[in-house]
Design a protein around this ligand. Structure first.
Ligand code: MN
Length: 410
């Protein structure tokens, strides 16, 4: 990665190019937002601006907890990253998103349909990420989604040069808090930070909670191959614990050190690699002992817990405290899960998996999420409204747990 102050490699985009890219993205966004508004207004409108009616079933309040956005400046910086290229597996998806002419969003076929062109869908992500207050709000209205808990899209600022990452994290958090201030009942937000500079990250985390009043943090797994159990990252964990704000560990593609078998068949992404990378990150936190050093750290995992709930019995069996010299944990993995972790349902709309995690780790640790714009709002809404849950469980997962864990007003 380039060091600060070094000149770009030959042919690398200049600041002027970046401004040009921002302008192009902004004008495209305006057109795409108008198009999306049009398409959304054709749908039946939701009823949730109206007072509770005499309808037989109460409308379910829904807080979606893993919802991505970006800002033009981060988008332009990511365009430079994908144009520079390199071995990082994340580049496969983000090259499709940033280094193509954005395509007007269309929903020709359900994304789960056989033969759907997922790479073509990826080229439609950028306008949806850049838009927060127009087409997105209209879609939330149409589907009866009350709140998006917003976070800067993966990989955040974590693939940028250190100083750029620090300044764009601040800018992104500022924009996020301004958006929330304009729509305080519709949006909440998780701050980003630059793990490349842990001291600056800790400072930004403090500002995000104390000044910007954001609801927690989101980090996209490793940064340059470094995981949060690394002692260099402890200031980040210390800040999260001291601020008593949850840290959402969101996926990105496997780090270079574990990348090789994920290079074929597009295994690096949400199909498999994201979960392996992020689940491994969480197990490192458990077995490294950092959760003993920071016992009140609150961590959130997406995608039904990145497979950890399913593995808990085996983790406990193989990693009981003190059973191997390499293990640094003082508690069983399941005890850390019960003390330090919550999970969300993002991108895994399987009723059986949902019942399993409720039985395994407790309904109070499970929150609903869409994973907008990568998953479809309608499918995620249908999932939480129809899943085999008691009405109490449904309300806990749809909004009450999120209100408690992220301190979102009810
Ligand atoms: Mn996501």
């Amino acid at each position: 990665m380039r060091q600060s102050g070094e000149r770009p490699m030959s042919g690398a985009p200049t600041g002027v190019d970046r401004r040009g890219a921002v302008t192009r993205i902004s004008s495209f966004l305006a057109a795409a937002a108008a198009w999306l508004r049009l398409s959304v207004t054709r749908r039946p409108t939701g009823e949730h601006h109206e007072a509770p009616s005499s309808a037989p079933t109460r409308r379910l309040r829904k807080i979606a907890t893993e919802e991505a956005f970006t800002i033009p400046e981060v988008s332009a910086a990511m365009l430079e990253v994908v144009r520079r290229g390199g071995p990082a597996l994340d580049l496969k998806l983000w090259t499709l998103v940033y280094n193509t002419t954005p395509v007007e969003p269309t929903v020709a076929r359900a994304p789960s349909a056989a033969g759907v062109d997922r790479d073509a869908l990826a080229r439609q992500f950028l306008p949806r990420l850049l838009d927060v207050e127009h087409a997105r709000l209209a879609e939330m209205d149409a589907s009866g989604v009350d709140v998006h808990l917003l976070s800067l899209v993966s990989p955040g600022v974590q693939m940028l040069e250190r100083d750029t990452a620090v300044s764009l994290a601040r800018l992104s958090n500022d924009r996020l808090s301004e958006t929330i201030r304009r729509h305080p009942t519709r949006f909440a937000g998780l701050a980003c930070f630059a793990p490349q500079d842990p001291a600056a990250a800790a400072k930004e985390m403090e500002r995000a909670i104390q000044s910007l009043k954001l609801n927690g943090f989101l980090v996209n797994s490793h940064t340059n191959g470094v995981y949060l159990d690394d002692q260099r990252c402890w200031p980040i964990l210390e800040a999260a614990e001291a601020l008593d704000a949850p840290l959402y560990i969101h996926p990105r593609a496997p780090s270079d050190g574990m990348a090789a078998p994920f290079r074929d068949y597009r295994l690096e992404g949400s199909i498999w690699g994201y979960g392996m990378e992020t689940g491994t990150h969480a197990v490192r936190l458990m077995l490294s002992g950092v959760l003993d050093r920071f016992p009140r750290l609150r961590i959130v995992l997406g995608h039904m817990g990145e497979a950890l709930p399913f593995w808990l019995w085996r983790l406990d069996y193989m990693a009981s405290p003190g059973s191997r010299a390499a293990l640094k944990n003082s508690l069983k993995p399941s005890e850390y899960m019960q003390r330090n972790f919550s999970i969300t349902t993002s991108g895994l709309e399987d009723p059986l998996a949902l019942r399993y995690v409720i039985e395994k780790i407790g309904v109070e640790r499970v929150m609903w999420a869409i994973d907008y714009p990568f998953q479809q709002t309608e499918g995620s809404v249908a999932f939480i409204e129809s899943a085999p849950l008691s009405e109490t469980e449904r309300e806990q997962i749809a909004h009450r747990n999120a209100e408690r864990i992220f301190r979102i007003a009810d």
